[in-house]
Design a protein around this ligand. Structure first.
Ligand SMILES: *Cc1c(COP(=O)(O)O)cnc(C)c1O
Length: 359
């Protein structure tokens, strides 16, 4: 098997053919010509060749069949509804996933974000255990391989939301997860211009259940977005290498100022050993640190010139926000979530330190 960047560059491309492009353009179709018998290739909610190529590319990175969705939340909802509950989730999971788990009637049960507490909650008959690693925005890391064994011993399914890591860095399925859920609105596509998501499964049977949910609910990606996502996948390796190196440089600089900083790539992070085992040396683009107050956090953001104030993460432009402004996760008022882009590390670090110095 070739290296991960090689796979990302070539995944899902058709065999070379003279006069044809490397990646054929998007196919736009509601109905297709279809005579005679019924076929999925008759209507655009069931099948589209642009999705098929993107999904094959995702499957090559994930190591299991993949399905594209209109957003990361559509992908998450597909998993919550197709498998049902009870579902156990950590209380620091991405806030909107927590909300969807409650809305979908999946009998959501929340537990503290550590393996023992989650397994304790799951022992009461959970069908699904849902984790996120590292979590957005608290950057809690769970050892997927060890945790999967325990979840399976309880007879439950393990779902891993690996949005922050991406499957280039962390292969949840080969580490033992049954299902991998990823928001492709973040580093997977990386240009801050798409909202998409996907689900990948270890078994064909689970993938068929997810596909059937998508067919029936219509939470499908648009072909143009799917095509852009496939095109962006080729640069995932180089983008992530630069973003993770920049994130580590920022984390070290903020740590050297004596501020409380979270980054799985720092040896002092409680999840560093597990992250080092399962993230292939790419610890993610997100660094979180806590300033004194909401006022300090707002002044810090206003004081940055390179780092844009924006929500989301994983894009090639550095960005940051005061996360508590949304009020959906248990973080301090002065908590900053910063996402490192692909700028030069020295410029980025100077921007962040300059804004900190001005406080
Ligand atoms: C953004 C995000 C989602 C939701 O994805 P959308 O594409 O915004 O719908 C789910 N999980 C995590 C960890 C995320 O960061």
């Amino acid at each position: 098997m070739s290296g991960r960047s090689t796979r990302a560059v070539h995944a899902g491309l058709p065999a070379p053919q003279d006069g044809e492009p490397f990646l054929p353009g998007p196919t736009f179709a509601a109905p297709y010509h279809l005579s005679g018998d019924a076929s999925p290739r008759g209507y655009g909610r069931y099948e589209n060749p642009t999705w098929t190529r993107w999904q094959e590319a995702l499957a090559a990175l994930e190591g299991g069949p993949a399905l594209g969705f209109a957003s990361g939340m559509a992908a998450s909802t597909a998993v919550l509804q197709a498998f049902g509950g009870p579902v156990v989730l950590p209380n620091d999971t991405y806030g909107v996933v927590a909300k969807a788990a409650s809305l979908t009637g999946a009998d959501a049960r929340f537990a503290p974000s550590d393996p023992a507490a989650l397994l304790g909650a799951a022992a009461a008959g959970a069908r699904v255990v849902w984790i996120e690693t590292p979590t957005n925005p608290s950057l809690t890391v769970i050892d997927i391989e060890a945790f999967a064994r325990e979840v399976h011993a309880l007879g439950a399914l393990l779902v891993v939301d690996g949005t922050l890591a991406t499957p280039l860095s962390q292969q949840a399925l080969s580490l033992g997860a049954d299902v991998s859920v990823v928001s492709d609105s973040k580093a997977m596509t990386g240009h801050s211009d798409l909202v998409l998501g996907h689900v990948a499964c270890r078994s064909e049977e689970h993938a068929a259940a997810i596909r059937s949910w998508r067919d029936a609910t219509g939470a499908i990606p648009g072909p143009f977005e799917a095509w852009l996502a496939h095109r962006s996948l080729a640069t995932l390796g180089v983008r992530l290498e630069r973003q993770c190196a920049n994130a580590l440089a920022v984390a070290r600089a903020v740590e050297a100022r004596g501020l409380p900083v979270l980054y799985p790539g720092l040896p002092a992070h409680p999840g560093h050993a597990a992250a080092a085992r399962q993230m292939g040396g790419l610890f993610g683009p997100v660094v979180s640190f806590t300033l004194e107050s909401a006022g300090d956090a707002d002044r810090f953001l206003a004081g940055c010139s390179l780092v844009a104030e924006a929500t989301s993460f994983g894009g090639l432009h550095s960005s940051a926000e005061r996360r508590a402004r949304w009020g959906i996760e248990p973080v301090a008022e002065g908590f900053i979530r910063l996402s490192a882009g692909i700028e030069d590390a020295d410029d980025l670090v100077a921007d962040v330190l300059g804004a900190l110095d001005a406080l």
